[in-house]
Design a protein. Structure first.
Length: 430
């Protein structure tokens, strides 16, 4: 079955090679890390000391990097002699890892899952333990890790309904792939059931919870909050809607709902932070089509109070700023949930005690979402009419916003502790 997988992989690669060559030469995000992805790692990794346990941790992008950050920091604190190699796939994940994880010895791009490439990378790194954050399963890499004699562990594991459908279709192959994993530390009972249904052995599955509750949230002082509001031209009596990590197809309904909220002349601000900042120009055009003014975050003076008219939508075209911007919000709209993307992480918003609004597609954060809704800390809406209605209700009811915010914050407090559970498990192999 691996032969068929590799045959299809190589065939698709050859067929699409003109497209990828074009992307590499014309798009910086595809060019970044391309050499490392082909298995050619920097010389300093090859020359790294061979003493001490070597642990390779893979976190595909920003969300996974943020989730694993407290785990890595505590692991290195307890075991300073281990050597940590962190791999990621996306440039944003790579940059975030460099920014947040000085404890890591080497940060690399994850290799393409071709047999000769993954063999070269694993022979260079020579890991004793491979830790996969969440569940990005690469058959050749996991197979080669097993052949190299390393222990393979999934932590913070999850399987979305969409992913499950795909894996179920190739269950016999996935069962062979999963035999290369020694331990599955899953987020929830449902994730455990799903990984078992595609072939993971029952005695290798543990439920340890979601490490995203343990991520280090940044506290914003009153002084810093006032400074942030000044940069965005927000007065003390203004009401602020922040739409975080939005995707294509969502901004139109958010803009329409915002206009309905401002029909009475209320002082309401809208800040849109797209998931991919390169879409800022596209969103700018959508805003103007709605008859509204627009300004980008990079056009604002960060050292003074900016004056911005009330019919102006602000677009956050910077990286790494959204989490603390939620502290300015009165209501937060969670992007990626109004299209079949699966939603984005709502925990930063509820940490700042802000009520959150979702669409119908939060399947990547299903358990978190259900807990938020079940505890009355957020609202799920069906369509743009519902979105406008719920926004108006929340903006007109400060007591409701406060109660919902407090309930959201308590959810985070009661779910902490997953990092410690995963550390105890990994330490058994050190």
């Amino acid at each position: 079955m691996y032969f068929i997988y590799n045959f299809l992989l190589i065939t698709i690669l050859i067929a699409t090679s003109p497209f990828w060559v074009y992307k590499v030469f014309t798009k910086e995000k595809h060019r970044k890390g391309f050499i490392e992805k082909t298995g050619i790692l920097p010389q300093h990794i090859k020359q790294a000391p061979s003493s001490g346990k070597r642990i390779h941790i893979h976190a595909v992008s920003v969300g996974e990097v943020n989730a694993v950050t407290p785990f890595i920091k505590e692991l290195k604190k307890r075991h300073p002699d281990i050597r940590l190699i962190l791999s990621t796939v996306t440039p944003t994940g790579y940059d975030m890892a460099h920014k947040r994880l000085p404890e890591v010895d080497h940060i690399i791009y994850f290799p393409f899952d071709l047999p000769w490439i993954v063999k070269r990378v694993i022979n260079t790194i020579r890991p004793h333990i491979f830790i996969l954050v969440e569940t990005e399963l690469w058959p050749n890499f996991l197979r080669q890790i097993r052949r190299a004699g390393a222990v393979s562990i999934i932590i913070n594991g999850r399987i979305s309904p969409h992913t499950l459908r795909g894996y179920t279709f190739i269950r016999p192959f996935m069962k062979r792939v999963l035999k290369n994993v020694d331990l599955f530390c899953m987020q929830s009972d449902e994730d455990a059931r799903r990984i078992k249904s595609i072939g993971a052995p029952d005695n290798a599955i543990k439920i340890t919870g979601n490490m995203k509750y343990d991520q280090k949230f940044i506290d914003v002082s009153g002084k810093d909050l006032m400074g942030k509001k000044g940069v965005f031209g927000i007065d003390k009596d203004d009401l602020v809607i922040i739409a975080g990590s939005t995707h294509k197809g969502e901004e139109e309904m958010i803009l329409e709902s915002y206009k309905k909220c401002t029909g009475g002349g209320e002082k309401i601000r809208l800040i849109i932070a797209p998931r991919h900042i390169e879409r800022a120009g596209e969103i700018e055009r959508l805003v103007k089509m709605q008859g509204l003014e627009v300004v980008r975050r990079t056009e604002l003076n960060s050292s003074k109070m900016n004056t911005i008219p009330y019919n102006t939508v602000m677009i956050v075209d910077t990286i790494g700023e959204l989490a603390t911007l939620y502290s300015m919000a009165d209501v937060v709209i969670i992007g990626g949930s109004f299209i079949p993307h699966g939603g984005q992480n709502p925990l930063e918003a509820i940490y700042y005690k802000r009520p959150v609004i979702f669409g119908q597609h939060m399947f990547n954060f299903q358990e978190i979402t259900e807990e938020i809704i079940g505890n009355g800390a957020g609202v799920r809406v069906d369509n743009r009419e519902d979105l406008a209605r719920v926004l108006i209700e929340l903006l007109n009811d400060p007591d409701m916003r406060k109660k919902m915010g407090e309930k959201g914050y308590q959810i985070i407090q009661k779910n902490r502790g997953t990092v410690e559970k995963n550390l105890v498990i990994v330490e058994k192999y050190l």
